[in-house]
Each structure stands twice: as structure tokens, then as C-alpha cells.
Design a protein around this ligand. Structure first.
Ligand code: BT5
Length: 235
């Protein structure tokens, strides 16, 4: 599934599995700056806060990249790389902080985890799923590239494009350009000025902070939300 890449950092080594617990766990174990771990199926794919990531065989891209230094900004770079990779086939929206949606439905999620000096950037992309391939509870909220576009999409091609686009962003970050990547991500989230609700509080997003947190004006004053759950009330 992983053809040779013309990249500097991402793809320094690659490990391809038919089935694995979680590619993030494997990335944290193998380390190595730029190592890519791809699995056809995950038996324990996970999202944030212990949530499950549905990762069946043959339909999606479940992969992680290990990084060993300068890892700030990966959570900004990943959704941008996915957006750029599929730009030719569909228009996507980045939902703060790092879900990627097509027509309001999630087809990609990102999970950044750190252990010791290794950071795993995990990316899940639904590619070939039809409606019935998702468990019932996800059918209304999830989609795949093929379901959304009606076109046949090659998983290897999408993977190569994502890794290449990610490599470009990581190079920018490592040469001191994290602010430009953060700004591009904040722009893609289109969250400034939006009315949102989080943990029972409602307000308007005034600014995206340097760490990606949202500065929100509420009736009780300004609050900051850092990688929490939000509902956008005026989409
Ligand atoms: C995420 O978490 O969106 C991060 C998902 C990261 C998955 C990748 S796959 C490779 C690597 N290895 C791993 O073990 N993980 C990473 P979160 O924002 O917490 O969203 C999780 C929620 O998304 C779930 O509770 C479901 O509601 C929904 N969900 C689960 N599987 C889905 C899927 N395949 N497509 C769309 N939504 C899904």
C-alpha cells in the first residue's frame, strides 16, 4: 500500500501490517523520526479520551507517523495535509480542533500521543466505506471519500499524497514556521467569530491562541478551550 515517497522526514522507514491493535501504539514502540506504520485493519483503533475508532479491513487508511523531535504543531499540520491530499476530488472542512469533514460528516480523525521522546501522529481516513460499512451509530455522522464523491478512490494514492503534504508542513515547522502552519490551520477551521457551546457554556470565538486553544467571549467573561469538545451553533 505504501509506494516509495519523495520526502525528507516522513517515511524514513515504513512498516505495513495486515492487522494490528493500534498503529499509534506501534509508532510509539518503534520510534524513529519519520517512521510510518500502516495497517489494513486495527483491532483496537482509538480516538481521543479512550474513544473507539472504527477501523475495518480494506476500506480505510489507518496509519501513524513517529516523530522524535520538534513535534509542536503536528495536530495543526495533519488536517491540512489531509485537506490538501484530497483537494482534487472534494472540498473538505476542518472542524476544530482536528476532525476533517465532508458535507458535515466526519471522514478523518487525528490523534497525537506522546511517550518519552516519541510522538505518534495517528490519522484515520475512511476511503471506501458505503453506508452499511459503518456501525449503525455512525451512519449519520460519518462518511468516506468514495461515499461522498461517488468516485473510486485509490487508498495508496491518498496515503502517498497525505504523507507528502505532511512532510512539507513538518519541514516548515522545523525551519521555524510553526506560526504560518498554525495560522493556515486556524483559517481552515474557520472558527473565529463563530458561536459555540462547550461544557454547557456558550459564547463567540474571539481568537485562536498560539497553542490552538479557543478564546471565547461568554456572558461570564472570556474562557479558553484547549482541545475540548465543541458544538458549533451557527454552522
Ligand atoms: C479521533 O478521535 O477522531 C481520532 C481518530 C484517530 C484514528 C487513528 S487511525 C490510526 C491511529 N491509530 C489509532 O488507534 N488511532 C489513530 P475523536 O475525536 O475522539 O473521535 C472519536 C469518535 O469518532 C468516536 O467516538 C465515534 O463517534 C467517531 N468515529 C469512530 N470511528 C469513526 C470512523 N471510522 N469514521 C468517523 N467517525 C468515527
Amino acid at each position: 500500500m505504501l509506494s516509495p515517497l519523495n520526502t525528507e522526514i516522513v517515511g524514513s522507514r515504513s512498516f505495513v501490517y495486515e492487522s494490528i491493535g493500534s498503529t499509534n501504539d506501534r509508532a510509539l514502540e518503534v520510534g524513529g523520526d519519520g517512521s510510518v506504520i500502516v495497517a489494513d485493519r486495527q483491532t483496537a483503533g482509538r480516538g481521543r479520551r479512550g474513544r473507539t475508532w472504527h477501523s475495518v479491513s480494506g476500506l480505510g487508511l489507518w496509519f501513524s507517523i513517529a516523530f522524535e523531535h520538534d513535534t509542536n504543531g503536528l495536530a495543526f499540520a495533519a488536517p491540512l495535509a489531509v485537506r490538501d491530499a484530497v483537494r482534487d476530488i472534494c472540498e473538505v472542512r476542518v472542524k476544530w480542533p482536528n476532525d476533517v469533514l465532508i458535507e458535515g460528516r466526519k471522514f478523518c480523525g487525528v490523534l497525537v500521543e506522546r511517550r518519552g521522546n516519541v510522538t505518534a501522529l495517528g490519522i484515520g481516513i475512511n476511503v471506501k466505506h458505503g453506508t452499511e460499512d459503518f456501525p449503525p451509530e455512525l451512519r449519520d455522522q460519518a462518511t468516506s471519500l468514495e461515499r461522498a464523491t461517488g468516485q473510486t478512490v485509490d487508498r495508496g494514492d491518498v496515503l502517498r499524497r497525505v504523507l507528502t503534504a505532511l512532510d512539507e508542513r513538518v519541514i516548515v515547522i522545523r525551519s521555524g514556521g510553526i506560526e504560518s502552519v498554525r495560522e493556515a490551520w486556524a483559517e481552515a477551521c474557520a472558527i473565529r467569530g463563530r458561536t459555540i457551546r462547550s461544557d454547557g457554556k456558550e459564547g463567540t470565538v474571539r481568537q485562536v491562541d498560539h497553542d490552538g486553544g479557543l478564546l471565547v467571549n461568554t456572558v461570564g467573561g472570556e474562557i479558553k478551550i484547549l482541545f475540548g469538545e465543541i458544538v458549533e451553533l451557527d454552522v
